[in-house]
Design a binder for this molecule. Structure first.
Ligand SMILES: Nc1ncnc2c1ncn2[C@@H]1O[C@H](COP(=O)(O)OP(=O)(O)OP(=O)(O)O)[C@@H](O)[C@H]1O
Length: 273
């Protein structure tokens, strides 16, 4: 594998209880890049992140991270590898009974034997990086949604990860906080020399901050490109996303019989006992 590629996913398949969710995903994620994964609800984006992180074992194909075949690693090896991955999940809640400082210190205490002095310096550096050094003594309950997300971000980068994975990092944020988090994702990636994979529904923010976008549908990659390529794309799937159209290749309506069939007298059994 080329040294430039940090994550190499080949022909990845995953089933839940025999139901196919991922059906032959191929992706090459170069070092240093920020990559977005987009697609309709339930198309398998979170499942893909979990396969990359080794929390789920695929039914076929491979995920290679650096020189490691993630799918073939033991739990102990995965545990060590995950120290080098930062993860920020949608509701990656902070520990509500710990201060901001202790939340960010948590992975350092869990995974290292650093002195208290070192931990103190590292935590304050990470909080400084997200603009919240002054908030170190606050409890999570007194933070705004955007501030809480920034603390979670500081915690995700506490161990200087090589790979940072975000699952819908913008959910529930107002437009200003969303822009702040987007810029932080980009700048922290670059400052740390990390690589970032972000599952998101926010195409407009993605177009501003990422290097490359993959679109998933039906468990497969159906479109991909740089933000410029995506903006210029005539692919109907991409068009539907970029222009937030309610219908297109991704359907708004759950499959149903024709309206005529359901509304004609005696034409359907909806609600019938
Ligand atoms: N633990 C599970 N057991 C069975 N099915 C599951 C499980 N987790 C997810 N699924 C199903 O697998 C499919 C893919 O789920 P996944 O969470 O990966 O989608 P997603 O693209 O991240 O969705 P969203 O954008 O809504 O978060 C969905 O149909 C979901 O209902």
């Amino acid at each position: 594998m080329s040294d430039d590629i940090l994550v190499d996913i080949q022909d990845l398949h995953f089933n839940y209880d025999g139901r196919p969710v991922l059906q032959g995903i191929n992706m090459k994620i170069p070092r240093g890049k920020v990559v977005a994964i987009m697609g309709g609800s339930g198309c398998g984006k979170t499942t893909l992140l979990r396969c990359i992180g080794g929390q789920l074992h695929p039914t076929g194909g491979s995920v290679r991270l650096e020189k490691h075949q993630v799918c073939q690693m033991s739990e102990a090896e995965l545990y060590r590898l995950r120290r080098r991955m930062g993860m920020l999940f949608q509701f990656g809640a902070l520990f509500t009974d710990l201060t901001v400082f202790e939340n960010v210190a948590f992975p350092l205490r869990e995974h290292t034997n650093l002195s208290e002095e070192m931990i103190r310096d590292l935590v304050l550096m990470k909080l400084e990086a997200v603009g919240l050094r002054g908030a170190h003594a606050l409890m999570p309950g007194s933070l705004s949604g955007g501030m809480a997300r920034r603390v979670a971000l500081a915690r995700a980068i506490a161990l200087d990860p090589m790979l940072i994975m975000y699952d819908e990092p913008f959910t529930g944020l107002d437009p200003i906080a969303l822009g702040v988090i987007g810029r932080l994702i980009r700048s922290l990636n670059d400052a740390l020399g990390a690589t970032s994979i972000m599952v998101t529904h926010d195409i407009q923010e993605s177009l501003l901050i990422v290097d490359y976008i993959y679109f998933l549908n039906g468990g497969q990659v159906v479109a991909e490109g740089t933000p410029d390529e995506i903006r210029a794309s005539r692919d109907p799937f991409v068009h539907q996303f970029v222009h937030a159209e309610p219908d297109g290749p991704v359907h708004f309506d759950y499959p149903a019989p024709s309206v005529g069939q359901d509304f004609m007298p005696g034409g359907a059994h909806v609600g019938a006992a």
